[in-house]
Design a protein around this ligand. Structure first.
Ligand SMILES: Cc1ncc(COP(=O)(O)O)c(C=O)c1O
Length: 403
């Protein structure tokens, strides 16, 4: 008799996917689409997708690769040209000393990078410390790998700093890693050298991994600057860095990101997960990514400046509205707004989730705070990654709706 090797679903049997949500932001998006289908204008403040097209040299490289027939299987870990260029980039720009092409693993966006990193690091029951609030998919990828996300609350009165003392207090014998995200989605906080050094010290003291998600490294507003935690690590073997082309180069649909790690155990495991999930990122996207990383960064800087203008428009629109406290983001294209009962009473809604729902009915997108963590229910996240006109017009509507 052949042995079953699968675990076919039977009713009542736990399956790891049953604890993963379908995403609250997706539900809001669907609601907005419905409103749009009814012929009403919609303002897409719920999701973080750059409104820009990639730079011309990036699109040209993508098309040229297609015409050159670069459409065959490619090396599992990424094309050598891209891995070499990325190794040089992270040494030059991020200060990750000694990184070689072999330390780069090209993934299907930073999302897939999180999947392969947690899948390679965690054993069932291992805990990973994450900020609360945090972009939902981080916790989901930890759970998918059998791990347990442990949230550390961030506080508005501390500028949403990710405090090393709070992190240390959350460590248990099961803690395996500290997850760091700067610039941070959803608050837009950018961590400085002292916060990152303190986190590294805690990680070092407890022999923990540090997983650093730097998807928004290029969306930072002066005087803030982006600092990679890996640049501060004396021995960066236990620091795993994750980057993406989605936001820096407006290449979200091309699904290209990468992991940087010098750890032998990850050099061994990550290629296995890459092989069994994607067997290499789309070849054309990789040639486009090569053009993006080796070409001019003018387009990235132009986008960053436009995001700053949009941020200020939205901030102004929310000024002085009772019951709302908007945080000025130093990076990302998100506005994190804490809400209190006075705004719920005035607008006759039960909570922030209901408020987000009622805004969606008016065609205004937002992401409810509870999508980002259990401590963050009294908040809304508004994205200003849609085009400037939509931000301008939508901000007027938003103010009217909230007053
Ligand atoms: C903090 C953070 N990390 C990673 C990602 C994933 O980006 P992508 O998979 O498009 O590279 C996102 C996307 O919104 C994000 O906000």
């Amino acid at each position: 008799m052949p042995q079953r090797t699968d675990s076919a679903p039977t009713s009542g049997t736990f399956h790891p996917l049953d604890q993963i949500s379908l995403g609250k932001i997706v539900q809001i998006r669907e609601r907005l689409m419905k409103t749009q289908a009814e012929g009403k204008p919609v303002f897409r403040f719920e999701s973080g997708d750059p409104s820009f097209a990639p730079a011309a040299h990036v699109t040209e490289a993508l098309v040229a690769a297609a015409y050159a027939g670069r459409t065959h299987y490619i090396p599992n870990n990424g094309i050598p040209e891209l891995r070499k260029a990325l190794a040089e980039k992270v040494v030059r720009k991020n200060g990750l000393e000694g990184v070689k092409p072999a330390d780069i693993f090209v993934t299907n966006g930073a999302m897939h990078a999180l999947f392969v990193v947690f899948g390679s690091l965690l054993q069932p029951g291992d805990e990973v410390i994450i900020p609360d609030p945090m972009w939902t998919e981080v916790a989901e990828n930890i759970r998918l790998a059998g791990g347990v996300p442990v949230g550390v609350g961030l506080r508005a009165d501390r500028g949403y700093d990710y405090d090393a003392t709070d992190i240390a207090a959350a460590i248990t014998p099961r803690t395996r890693a500290i997850f760091v995200n700067t610039p941070h989605n959803p608050t837009g906080a950018v961590l400085g050298a002292s916060s990152l050094s303190a986190i590294l010290a805690v990680a070092h003291q407890h022999s923990l991994w540090v997983v650093s998600d730097e998807a928004y490294e290029d969306v930072v507003f002066a005087p803030a600057t982006h600092l990679s935690i890996g640049a501060l690590a004396r021995d960066n073997e236990r620091v795993v860095s994750i980057f993406s082309f989605s936001k820096s180069h407006a290449m979200s649909g091309l699904r290209t990101g990468y992991v940087v790690t010098r750890a032998p155990v990850l050099h061994d495991r990550i290629p296995k997960l890459l092989r069994c999930t994607i067997n290499g990122v789309n070849s054309l996207a990789q040639w486009a990514a090569l053009a993006a990383v080796t070409g001019s960064d003018e387009a990235s800087l132009t986008m960053r400046d436009a995001y700053r203008v949009r941020r200020d428009i939205m901030l102004r629109a929310l000024e002085g509205i009772p019951g709302l406290r908007a945080f000025t983001p130093a990076g990302t294209f998100f506005l994190w707004v804490e809400t209190d009962s006075s705004v719920y009473q005035r607008l006759e809604v039960a909570d922030a989730a209901a408020l987000s729902d009622s805004l969606a009915a008016d065609g205004i997108g937002s992401a409810p705070g509870d999508a980002f963590g259990p401590r963050s229910a009294d908040a809304l996240r508004f994205s200003f990654s849609c085009d400037t006109r939509m931000v301008r017009e939508g901000s007027v509507k938003l103010r009217e709706a909230l007053l």
